[in-house]
Design a protein around this ligand. Structure first.
Ligand SMILES: [Zn+2]
Length: 425
């Protein structure tokens, strides 16, 4: 009896002294209904939203009120395509040989912070060296500041393919990387490579289904996996609860990836109408990365910025990405927001919203793609992407109503992640 009384006392004390946060939101983007709501109070307790009330309400004397009455409040944004370990610069190709893992790690701390401050509270990292896995752990254990990371660890490629780590090396440094290093050339290799990623601590799988722009190799878009290899990757991935993302510019490689069972097609540059229809049929999503297309087109005009083998590929592929997105959206392909940050400077992810609306997607739908759609792809639809009871308290704010001026998404003035305020201007 005495024990029960003590427990009750502890319970009452903890209720009385827990400090909740009351966010007064002038405008609030309801990502589920697609409507802008006015004068709401979001009540945050610990790391969760415990309720959303009409009007402006204050809690008890111990509680905190955050005044965002002149702002538009949204759920934390999700970017499904970033490379948090590195950022474009004229020495990037040399740094592969001069930067140690520790150098990469220290740099990535700053990139992660910039990403969070831009309002992106969750990202999917689509490939680095594996430092991205350590970075995720450091953020989760509150040692450093950054977005919630779901990472592929190292991307999977075939020999000489877009993510073969020794592409372009001199003979003595080419070696023969295998599944452990993320290079597969058979169904057996494919299974091992996926299991190795699981062992390393990845959350999902990324494959490079076709050639790519920024690798030191000739083709931007040839198919680089067989359907059987992709099937083996997707089926093995399923055993570990992983989904598969496929980098693809060329149409044939994209079709093989869709038939193999991938969840998202990254870039999708040379996608035919037939492939668009296949995407719909197989519930695959296009991650547009228009920002990356614009960046490589522009950087390719700067002398010696990229190795010479990359320049024609950048000029061929870069300018086409936005138009492919336009066609795919119009044809009803599912769109998942993703930028390829790292190919351009981290923290500028928000520009993608403007590029998407420019190509015909209504502003509210671009926001829905970066919240509810992406949460669903990450299997987090009950925790992320909405400001609603029971969801994680990932909340951001911008100065203007983004459905009136989408460019306001480039200037996020308030960032809360799991109930903790990281930015308040
Ligand atoms: Zn990428």
């Amino acid at each position: 009896m005495k024990y029960a009384y003590t427990l009750l006392l502890i319970l009452i004390t903890s209720i009385t002294f827990s400090q909740d946060i009351y966010i007064h939101s002038g405008k609030l983007v309801n990502t589920k209904s697609g409507k802008i709501e006015t004068e709401k109070t979001i009540v945050v307790s610990g790391n969760k939203i415990i309720r959303v009330e009409n009007g402006y309400i204050n809690g008890g004397t111990k509680d905190i009120v955050l005044d965002l009455k002149d702002k538009t409040v949204l759920p934390g944004l999700i970017d499904l395509h970033v490379h948090i370990e590195n950022e474009t610069n004229p020495n990037a190709y040399l740094q592969k040989y001069t930067a140690s893992e520790a150098d990469v790690a220290y740099n990535s701390v700053g990139f992660a912070q910039k990403t969070l401050m831009a309002g992106f509270t969750t990202v999917r990292d689509l490939g680095g060296t594996g430092v991205n896995i350590s970075l995720k752990k450091a953020i989760n254990s509150h040692k450093i500041i950054g977005p919630r990371i779901f990472t592929a660890g190292k991307s999977l490629a075939t020999t000489g393919g877009h993510a073969d780590p020794t592409n372009g090396n001199k003979r003595s440094l080419i070696g023969d990387p295998g599944p452990k290093e993320g290079v597969v050339n058979s169904v057996e290799d494919a299974k091992k490579a996926v299991r190795q990623r699981y062992k390393n601590g990845a959350d999902l799988i990324k494959i490079t289904a076709t050639g790519g722009v920024l690798s030191v190799a000739k083709s931007s878009s040839n198919p680089q996996f067989t359907v059987e290899e992709i099937k083996a990757i997707c089926e093995t991935a399923k055993d570990y609860g992983f989904h598969v993302a496929a980098h693809a510019h060329g149409d044939e490689g994209m079709q093989r990836a869709i038939l193999g069972g991938v969840k998202t097609i990254e870039h999708g540059t040379l996608m035919s109408e037939k492939t668009m229809d296949m995407m719909k049929e197989h519930n695959a999503y296009l991650v547009p990365t228009i920002s990356a297309g614009k960046e490589v087109t522009q950087k390719a005009t700067i002398k010696d910025y990229y190795p010479s083998i990359i320049v024609p590929k950048a000029l061929e592929i870069g300018p086409k990405i936005q138009n492919t997105f336009k066609k795919a959206y119009a044809r009803g392909v599912g769109i998942a927001f993703g930028t390829d940050a790292g190919v351009f400077a981290h923290g500028q992810n928000g520009k993608e919203f403007g590029f998407m609306t420019e190509a015909g997607m209504p502003a509210i739908e671009t926001i829905q793609s970066a919240t509810i759609t992406n949460a669903k792809i990450l299997n987090m639809e009950n925790q992320l992407g909405q400001i609603a009871t029971g969801f994680l308290a990932d909340i951001i704010a911008v100065n203007e109503d983004p459905t009136k001026n989408i460019n306001t998404m480039e200037d996020v003035v308030f960032v809360m992640k799991e109930g903790e305020v990281f930015k308040k201007e």
